[in-house]
Design a binder for this molecule. Structure first.
Ligand code: SF4
Length: 186
């Protein structure tokens, strides 16, 4: 199985999730967010097709990495290949974060016709969801670009059937009056 990537693996990142991480830059994104930081990753034809086994072998060779982070591009456009890599990362003791332009709720709906999205989702520990919205951009946000995006505890969210935020995501969007109860904003 092959995955279309925008670049080679980027090791030692400290800005794409907690700890020291290896970033997998997927190629191809349908969202076209105004102000996107990475427009060269939008095309579904650019980048390079790489064998998933090759990626997994590269992960095996890494040292001092806490986890992998899927970014892009939108990794949810290649759920089969990303699932295989995420599964392997867990097998070798790495945790899995993923950025996507889709919201968690949109992914739930999409997975009804594309079940691999749910399969991939189940292999993710932390999901940063939602499109980048320029008007909501803030440099003070940790691990996300705009206030509408959420840092989601995926397993808890799937178990409870509602979005449960990761503890890191303490900052609520402006003018948001929700309260936090037992780790969940209501
Ligand atoms: S989802 Fe991410 S990669 Fe895609 S257009 Fe939006 S900001 Fe850019």
């Amino acid at each position: 199985m092959k995955i279309r990537l925008a670049s080679t693996l980027q090791t030692d990142s400290i800005v794409d999730g907690l700890g020291i991480r290896t970033v997998i830059w997927t190629q191809g994104c349908p969202h076209n967010c105004l102000g996107c930081h990475n427009p060269s990753t939008h095309s579904f034809e650019d980048g390079a097709l790489i064998d998933v086994d090759e990626i997994n072998e590269e992960l095996d060779q890494l040292t001092s990495q806490d986890g992998i982070t899927f970014s892009g591009g939108d990794p949810m456009c290649q759920p089969e290949a990303c699932y295989e890599i995420a599964k392997h990362a867990h097998q070798i003791g790495m945790n899995v974060w993923c950025y996507t332009g889709y919201t968690f709720e949109e992914l739930q709906t999409l997975s009804k016709t594309k079940p691999m999205i749910l399969t991939f989702l189940k292999e993710i520990d932390v999901l940063i969801d939602g499109r980048f919205i320029l008007a909501e951009k803030s440099y003070s946000l940790k691990f996300k670009g705009s206030r509408n995006q959420r840092i989601i505890n995926v397993k808890e969210s799937l178990a409870k059937g509602q979005v449960c935020l990761n503890e890191i995501d303490l900052e609520l969007p402006q003018n948001d009056n929700r309260k936090k109860v037992e780790g969940v904003y209501i």
